[in-house]
Design a binder for this molecule. Structure first.
Ligand code: SF4
Length: 304
């Protein structure tokens, strides 16, 4: 099968980031549809899009806050970037602009004073595209901010997340995911002559009735990042072979049926639950999906 014969334009990705690699491992076919064809389900306002836009707005607010630890700047940014369509009347989680303002005050109240005392901000929203020729690995992504501890002068990378569901393994999942060790590895390469070992994550956990904050620290000394490099390369090798050999043929990409309903229904569930007969699946893709490529260089929420 050649998907180009049906009006789709497969695209070879320039770079792979942790979010894309995770998609490939979860389901090769998902990776194909999302990152080779660039398809995204058409959202109805107030559904999945709200979760993404809410997280993206929170990242903008955190960026404004961490630029100078300036609450007024953060509030102005929130006022400008808040997606006005997310209101308690449209959103099941009852998210609203007022709730985000409240959440910002809560965050500053909890961490503001000690963060200003303990950390100097070095970079906010740092895109990286690092190639290490010794291990022949290129890796890219976007670190939310990078700070220097005023006490021991160590550099710490920082990540912000928003979530409305945190199971007991939420932090374990991130500790052994591709994202965090990759940020530490990239941070270490960006600051030549210094050693970067640590990442902190701040999670804003919001449910219908309340919100809370969690902060965790993870350390990745060289034996751990070495293992991360080996593992990432192992997966990337398989991914690039598939990209090079089956760019135009979706039928060559495996379907991981164990993942279809793992965290609710996969966005492509309507496609793969249809009988593969004639043009049934192609028609669903054409009617219910839009081309909107994930770009790791753009600001947004990854691996939320
Ligand atoms: S519905 Fe299942 S098989 Fe299809 S892309 Fe999603 S996870 Fe993969």
């Amino acid at each position: 099968m050649n998907i180009e014969d049906y009006g789709f334009t497969p695209r070879r990705p320039e770079v792979i980031d942790s979010s894309m690699l995770k998609d490939f491992i979860n389901c090769p076919s998902y990776f194909y549809l999302r990152h080779i064809l660039g398809l995204r389900r058409k959202f109805l306002r107030g559904e999945g899009e709200a979760k993404f836009d809410w997280g993206t707005c929170w990242h903008h607010v955190m960026k404004a806050w961490t630029t100078n630890y300036d609450l007024t700047e953060a509030l102005l940014e929130l006022d400008e970037k808040y997606p006005e369509y997310i209101t308690p009347f449209t959103d099941k989680k009852k998210r609203s602009k007022e709730r985000m303002i409240h959440a910002l005050f809560g965050y500053v109240d909890k961490f503001g004073k000690s963060d200003q005392r303990d950390y100097e901000i070095l970079r906010s929203e740092q895109f990286f595209d690092v190639y290490d020729e010794d291990v022949d690995l290129r890796w890219c992504g976007r670190i939310d901010d990078i700070r220097r501890r005023r006490g021991n002068k160590n550099i710490v990378v920082w990540d912000y997340k928003t979530s409305s569901s945190m199971g007991s393994t939420y932090f374990d999942m991130h500790e052994l995911g591709f994202q965090f060790p990759g940020y530490v590895w990239a941070g270490d390469h960006m600051f030549a002559g210094e050693t970067v070992l640590e990442i902190k994550v701040d999670v804003m956990y919001m449910i219908t009735a309340s919100h809370e904050y969690f902060r965790r620290t993870f350390r990745y000394p060289p034996p751990r990042t070495d293992e991360w490099v080996r593992n990432v390369k192992w997966w990337l090798e398989r991914l690039w072979i598939l990209i090079d050999s089956a760019l135009t043929d979706p039928s060559k990409w495996g379907l991981n049926w164990n993942y279809c309903t793992n965290y609710g229904k996969c966005d492509f569930f309507p496609v793969h639950s249809a009988t593969p007969q004639g043009r049934s699946r192609l028609a669903i893709l054409q009617d219910s999906y839009v081309v909107d490529y994930w770009d790791p260089r753009e600001m947004g929420e990854t691996d939320a």
